[in-house]
Design a protein around this ligand. Structure first.
Ligand code: PBG
Length: 327
C-alpha cells in the first residue's frame, strides 16, 4: 500500500525527497542609495537602510560574501536634480554610474544590476515622460520615454553594469535598449525585463523610500491589471522577441500563478520580485509577535522558487542567506 507519510517521517528522509532547495545563489539584493555621507534608516521600510556610497560598497561586499551573486540599485535623487525630461538619469557622473564603478572596482565578481525607469528622476514620480492633456489628464509618452530609457541603459552599461533591468513597462523598450547596447559595443550586457509588472498596491513603502510616488494619477495606464494572467504571456512573447535575457514577475507572492505560467511558457530564466509591501507585511506581523519571521520568510521564498522563479529579488536576501548558512 502506498503511504505518502513514509516520506515525511524523519528530517533525513524529508531532505532526500525535497523538490525545491533554497540557496543564497537564488537571491538578488535590492539596495537603496543616496548622495549623503550618512546612512539613513528608511521610515517606510523598517529594517532597510538607504546607504551612502561608501556603505553601499561595504554592505554589498558582505552580502556577496554570504553567497548572494547580485545587487540591484535604487537611487534617491535630490529634488533639485529632478526635471520633466529626467535628464539626470543618463548623467555619466550621476549617483548610479559612480555606484556601479565603485562596486565593480571593490567586488569584481559581484553582478551589478541597475533599474531602468524615470520615476526617481522626474518630479512627477511616473516611470515615463508625462504630458498634461488639454482636459487636465496625464499621458505617459511611450516612445519619447523609450528614447530616454535607452540613454539611461547605455549610461549604466558604460559605467560597468552587468545587467540593466527596465522596470518602466513602456512598449518596445527591451528591443530598443538591446539595439542601442549592441550598436555601442555592449553586446555582453544583459537585459532583465520586468515583463509582468502589475499595478500593485504593494509598492507603497518603496515609493516612500525614494520619495518617488506619483504626484498625480496612478500607473495603471502602463503597469498590468492584477486581474490578468494571459496578458503576462503576451508580454513574455514580446520580451522574448525583443531580446530579453531574463523575464520578471512582480510582485511575487500574490502572483505565483503568473510565475508558474510564465515559467512553463518560456525557455528563459524567470525572476520574481518580492516587493516592499510583501516585505512589510511579514515584518509588521513579526514585530507584533504574531508570526515567526524566519519561518515565514523562508516559506515565502521557497514558495516563489517552487512556483518557477530561479532568481528572487528580496529585501530579506541577506538575512535569509545567513539563516540558510546556519540551517
Ligand atoms: C519603479 C519601481 C518600483 C519598484 C521597483 N521599481 C515602484 C513602482 O513601480 O512604482 C517597486 C519595488 C518595491 O515595491 O519593492 N520603476
Amino acid at each position: 500500500m502506498i503511504r505518502p507519510r513514509r516520506n515525511r517521517r524523519t528530517p533525513a528522509i524529508r531532505s532526500m525527497v525535497r523538490e525545491t532547495i533554497l540557496s543564497p545563489a537564488d537571491f538578488i539584493l535590492p539596495m537603496f542609495l543616496h548622495e549623503d555621507a550618512v546612512d539613513t534608516p528608511i521610515e517606510s521600510m523598517p529594517g532597510v537602510t538607504r546607504w551612502s556610497l561608501k556603505s553601499l560598497v561595504r554592505e554589498a561586499g558582505e552580502a556577496h560574501a554570504l553567497g548572494i551573486p547580485a545587487v540591484v540599485l535604487f537611487p534617491k535623487i535630490e529634488e533639485s536634480l529632478k526635471t520633466p525630461s529626467a535628464a539626470e538619469c543618463h548623467n555619466p557622473s550621476g549617483l548610479v554610474p559612480r555606484a556601479i564603478e565603485a562596486l565593480k572596482k571593490a567586488h569584481p565578481t559581484l553582478c551589478v544590476i541597475t533599474d531602468v525607469a524615470l520615476d526617481p528622476y522626474n518630479a512627477d514620480g511616473h516611470d515615463g515622460i508625462v504630458r498634461r492633456d488639454a482636459g487636465g489628464g496625464l499621458t505617459i509618452l511611450n516612445d519619447e520615454t523609450v528614447e530616454v530609457l535607452c540613454q539611461q541603459a547605455l549610461c549604466h552599461a558604460r559605467a560597468g553594469a552587468d545587467i540593466v533591468a527596465p522596470s518602466d513597462m513602456m512598449d518596445g523598450r527591451v528591443g530598443a535598449i538591446r539595439e542601442v547596447l549592441d550598436e555601442e559595443g555592449f553586446t555582453q550586457v544583459s537585459i532583465m525585463s520586468y515583463t509582468a509588472k502589475y499595478a500593485s498596491a504593494l509598492y507603497g513603502p518603496f515609493r516612500g523610500a525614494l520619495d518617488s510616488a506619483p504626484k498625480e494619477g496612478d500607473k495603471k495606464t502602463y503597469q498590468m491589471d492584477p486581474a490578468n494572467a494571459v496578458e503576462a504571456l503576451r508580454e513574455t512573447l514580446l520580451d522574448e522577441a525583443e531580446g530579453a535575457d531574463v523575464l520578471m514577475v512582480k510582485p511575487a507572492s500574490y502572483y505565483l500563478d503568473v510565475i508558474a505560467k510564465m515559467q512553463e511558457n518560456t525557455t528563459l530564466p524567470v525572476a520574481a520580485y518580492q516587493v516592499s509591501g510583501e516585505y512589510l507585511m511579514i515584518k509588521a506581523a513579526a514585530s507584533g509577535g504574531w508570526l515567526d519571521e524566519k519561518a515565514v520568510v523562508l516559506e515565502s521564498l521557497v514558495s516563489i522558487k517552487r512556483a518557477g522563479a530561479s532568481m528572487i529579488l528580496t529585501y530579506f536576501a541577506r538575512q535569509a542567506a545567513e539563516w540558510l548558512k546556519k540551517a
